[in-house]
Design a protein around this ligand. Structure first.
Ligand code: FES
Length: 276
């Protein structure tokens, strides 16, 4: 029996934003009925702001809960903000998911990504290696190389079993397991070459300051808020939200889904952002 958080159970029993938006501006899909679960996500926009989101899903309780919380997370956000949400954020917002059910959070993220691709085009993830075509690796569950690569990157996956938990790839006939292992090896073989691994503490501080000043602060200022970089302790980045962001009920989400994800992407994937 899986151990579910209260929030997962609540969203499973009382799912929010279920249904269809007839005149949706963007629609994203992930999974397939043939593979056991599927999700269709509808977004209504006002300019670049998501003003409504609804979903239709066929899947287990975790899939319903992940889809439900995702709609709550994205309503009110701009597309740029929604683009930064990862499957890890979805799982965290639910208070965690059992490892074997993490693929439900991945399905939520994939549906969101599919919808956003219709707005941004295929350039939504420029972190993938140039030669990574969107080819199917696991034919049993229709999982592509890009999806596996993304799951490894976002969730720090190291084993085939972990990739199966997060994407379902490898969870049936097992024929794809050796390819999954190759993708994991390729990813981690490349990882030590990442620029951030060699940054000294001083270089890291300079880079964090620059990213906050040039990329994060201007975005927060648009909504009357701002951010101050206080300190770096190991990989812990201490910041202070100011202006309208100070005391905002969504401040934790702003820190995790916006500030932390940008710093992880631009400076060092090991960084954790906390409020002073
Ligand atoms: S091809 Fe991946 S489990 Fe069958």
């Amino acid at each position: 029996m899986w151990d579910y958080s209260e929030k997962v159970l609540d969203h499973y029993r009382n799912p929010r934003n279920v249904g269809k938006i007839d005149n949706a501006d963007l629609i994203g899909e992930a999974g397939s009925l043939a593979c056991g679960d599927s999700l269709k996500l509808y977004l209504k926009l006002d300019g670049d702001k998501i003003i409504d989101a609804k979903f239709q899903t066929f899947g287990c309780g975790s899939a319903v809960a992940s889809s439900s919380i995702l709609t709550e997370m994205i309503i009110g956000k701009t597309l740029d903000e929604a683009k930064k949400i990862t499957n890890k954020d979805i799982a965290e917002e639910l208070g965690g998911l059992p490892q074997e059910k993490m693929h439900c959070s991945v399905m939520g993220h994939e549906a969101l990504e599919d919808a956003l691709k219709k707005y941004y085009g295929d350039s939504i993830d420029d972190d993938l290696p140039q030669d990574t075509a969107d080819k199917i690796v696991c034919t049993c569950f229709n999982v592509t190389e890009n999806q596996i690569w993304e799951a490894i990157k976002v969730n720090n996956l190291k084993t085939v079993e972990e990739v199966t938990n997060y994407t379902k790839a490898g969870g049936a006939c097992g024929r794809c397991k050796s390819t999954i292992k190759d993708i994991i090896d390729t990813y981690w073989k490349g990882a030590p070459k990442r620029e951030d691994v060699h940054l000294t503490a001083t270089q890291k501080i300079l880079k964090i300051s620059k990213v906050i000043e040039q990329q994060i602060s201007p975005e927060l200022q648009k909504d009357g808020g701002d951010i101050e970089f206080i300190d770096l302790d190991g990989n812990k980045v201490k910041v202070k939200l100011t202006g309208m962001c100070q005391g905002c009920k969504n401040s934790r989400m702003t820190i995790k889904t916006f500030v932390e994800s940008i710093l992880k992407e631009k400076v060092d994937s090991n960084l954790e952002v906390v409020q002073e």
